[in-house]
Each structure stands twice: as structure tokens, then as C-alpha cells.
Ligand binder design. Sequence first.
Ligand code: SF4
Length: 402
Amino acid sequence: MNLQAKEKRSRLGLYVHVPFCASTCDFCGFYQKKPHNDDFERFVSGIEKELNTYSGSLEVDTVFWGGGTPGLLTPRDMERLGQALLGKMKAPPAEWTVEMAPAFVTRRKLEILKQIGVSRISLGVQSFRDTLLDKLGRQHTRSQVFKAIDMVQSAEFQSFNLDLIFAIPGQDQAALQEDLNEVVGVSPQHVSTYCLTFEEDTALFVKLSEGKLSIDTELEADLYLRAWDQLAEAGFEQYEVSNFSKPGFECIHNINTWCMEQWIGLGPAASSQYAGQRWSNVPDLDKWLKGIDEESPCRVEEVGLSPDILAVDSLVFGLRMNAGINLVSWESRFRTPKYLLDPLLTRWESNALIDPWSERGCLRLTREGRLVADALGGELLDYFDKESMNRPKPALETRLFS
Ligand code: SF4
């Protein structure tokens, strides 16, 4: 393949959802379950079979194991899962991330991950303070966090990420600053910071509904800004609302997803965007396995992708990235006229939520805009719902997946 052809190829990520957790965190809205008996074995053999539903070898750019708690798997299961993926890929991926919970990191597991080619470990630290970890219902302690970081550093992966949560009940500015000091002190190449959200059907949501907790949006905004400033001072570049890295250590897998490239999700609850379709696997281990065994994958929310869908989603996700969206490329990639955005962008610009866009043709949030990125994404979706009634349909086929 010559360089020109290679540049046109849509990048492909493989995501594996490992749906097991030792216990449920109070804020968790992901599909996960406590593993029983031979669940690990059933899961890994299900992934092997699911991989075989795709014909031939896959040209994969990035791999990501998330969950759930991938680090809960035994070293033997990790190795088998890794070999199954490698056997399906034309070549090892450029980036391979595995999420781990600090309580389940062992030297043996890290050794196996290194052997199969994992390049990046993402540790779900959330906080360095035991009292705040307790508020989140996390099972690990501060001392386990430091032990896990120490083991990951000694294993010398290409990079590691730390996940932090802020706006935890009882966390003030000083407590967040302490957590960030600890982060900077252990020098990860990448940091993800998430404002605590109250998902329905979680223990924290119940407490919120009962009035035992409240949300302080002013404090949240203040914590956002402090985190951004403190990480910038420590040399981390913000490249997405919640993501920061040392130069050259951005998570390519996530960037490809936000840029509406292609990904195949394996395992229960994993979502995919591949070959013109988007779907999620059923969020239930047994149903997922049954579908795989009967060669009739059990999928939910399956839709055919149209340029319209991708055009809007690329704006919603691209908006969160500091690089912003080049509207000229966006228009040509999705065959969607950018003038459709004029009324919305003019309003946002007059409210100082985006940088002046019309001359440079780049849609990029200001710092104020970044604070309300989710709300702006919602506005975009509403706007296009209304706009699409009158808009001309794209005249040409898009070549997204050439
Ligand atoms: S470890 Fe992650 S997936 Fe598991 S319960 Fe906690 S937040 Fe949810």
C-alpha cells in the first residue's frame, strides 16, 4: 500500500470489555459483574469465537482492554486473551492499553502484559486519599495505589496513565490539589481527570435522590479550572476536556474514537463502529455468550451509519478536543455544508464559548466553552435534529471507510 492509500485507510481500534469487578463502586454505571466459577474461561473462549466472526486478518492500529476490571483476570487468562487478539491481527498494534485497578496489580500480570506487547497501563487511582476512596466505594487504599504505581514503573511500559475523579463528596480545592501533587510526584505520561457524575441506578445516585448529597456546580467549575492549571504547570498538555499528556503520549485509541474512525468492540456491552454499522453487544455475559455460540450475535442499538450521523457525532466529540475541528475538512469528509452551522457558531462566539472561527475555519472551544462542553454537545444534537428537517441531503457518497 503506498503512503497515499495508507493515509486514506480509516484507522481501526479493537476494544475488549472485560466485564468483571470484585465489587461495585458507588458511582459505577458500567456493565460488570462479580466473577463466578469458570466465568473467566467462558469469557476468554467467547472472545476467541467472537473474533472469528470477522473474516481474515484485521489491520489494527490500537487495542484497549477496559471494563470492568481487566486486571482481575489471571495471568494465564490475560496471556490467552492477548494471544487470541494477536492471532487475528496482521501486525502488532502501535498502541495497546490495559486498564488496571490498583488492588489487582501484580508483578506476574505486568510481566505477561509486557510479553504480549502491551505498551500502556491505565491505573484507576481515582484519589490518593483513603477517606475519598471510601466515599466512592472503591476497594483499594492509598498504600495499594503507591505499590501498584511502583510495580508499573518498574515494569517499564512505554507509558502509564492515572485516572483521577474530582468533585467527590467532601473534596475541596485543597484536597484536589493534594491529589494532583501526588500525581505529579509519580510522573505518569498521561492523566485523565473526570468530574464525578451521578449515574442512575448507582449507590451515589440513590444518596443524591434522598438528599444525602448535593451537587455544587460552582465548586465543580472551580475544581476543573484548578486541575487544568496545575497540570499545565507540571508540563501536561490538555488535549481533550478530561485528558492530559506529556507531549507525544496522547491516547491514540481514544483520539481515533473521537475522530469517528472505526473500532470493533468485543465482549458483553462493548460497542462497535465498523463497516458502516454501529452497534453494542448485549450487556449480559450469558446472553452475549449464547449469541456467539449460536452464531447469532446478540446486539442492541444497531444502526446503519450515514454521513449525517457521523458528521454530527464528529462535532460533538471533536468539540471536546483542544485541537478543535477543521471545518473545511469536516465539510469535505461528510459532504455536509458548513454554512449550516453558522447561526449556532455565531451565537457561541458572541458568548465567548468558541474562538473566532469564520476566518480560520476551525471550531475550537475557549476555556469557558470547555467548562460546558457537554451542554454544548447537547445543543449541537438538538440543533441538527431541527436542521435536518430542511437541509439538503449529501449529494455524493462519503468515503469514510475506504
Ligand atoms: S472498578 Fe470500574 S467498572 Fe468496576 S465497579 Fe468500579 S468503576 Fe465500575
